[in-house]
Ligand binder design. Structure first.
Ligand code: AMP
Length: 191
């Protein structure tokens, strides 16, 4: 099985490009953000716990998302691998993912990182708010908290995966959606 991490700050275009990568390589796209939003929509206990954290732009506890990933790996079949989007987001999550994959006797294929400058993060999120209506895209304070959370907790993963020789990056800006998609697809083809 292939295990790809689609990495990047909020608004980099992970969700936009995940479908094309997954389709081309027969991967299951797993977005922890989407799974959490589905729990909220379904009114589950987990969803009600996650709702306030997501609305404030914070991170839900590591164990919650780690459990979702493990569950997905154990229940999804008929694909050649997984494309993780929005996970891992902290160093403990990255360690947990390494252990989960190792326990399956396999290894991480690579990190595909889409990088955009901070100014562009805000523009992209403002645009997405008008299209998707996500609650956590609506307020400047929440967006700022998500950007701060990204820098403090998620960005250290870049050095973590560089040290492991697994980190690969494309520019998510400038360029049209099609141009960025071609860059991302070309990178994944090489891994
Ligand atoms: P996303 O759709 O990836 O932007 O995720 C939306 C929100 O869900 C994030 O701002 C977090 O509150 C929460 N979330 C998604 N993935 C994770 C994760 N791996 N760890 C913790 N919280 C997460």
């Amino acid at each position: 099985m292939k295990y790809y991490i689609l990495f990047g700050p909020p608004g980099a275009g992970k969700g936009t490009h995940a479908g094309a990568i997954a389709e081309k390589h027969n991967l299951k796209h797993i977005s922890t953000g989407e799974l959490l939003r589905a729990e909220i929509a379904a009114g589950t206990e987990l969803g009600s716990k996650a709702k306030a954290i997501i609305a404030a732009g914070g991170l839900v506890p590591d164990e919650v998302v780690e459990g979702m990933i493990e569950n997905a790996f154990n229940t999804i079949s008929g694909v050649d691998g997984f494309l993780l989007d929005g996970f891992p987001r902290t160093l403990p999550q990255a360690d947990a993912l390494g252990k989960i994959i190792a326990a399956r006797g396999e290894e991480l294929t690579g990190v595909v990182s889409i990088m955009i400058p901070d100014e562009v993060i805000r523009e992209r999120i403002a645009h997405r708010a008008s299209v998707e209506g996500r609650a956590d895209d609506a307020s400047d304070a929440v967006i700022s908290h998500r950007i701060d959370t990204y820098h403090a907790q998620t960005e250290p993963l870049i050095d973590y995966y560089k040290a492991a020789g697994k980190y690969h990056e494309v520019c998510g800006y400038p360029g049209s959606i099609e141009e960025v998609r071609d860059r991302v697809l070309a990178l994944v083809d090489e891994l």
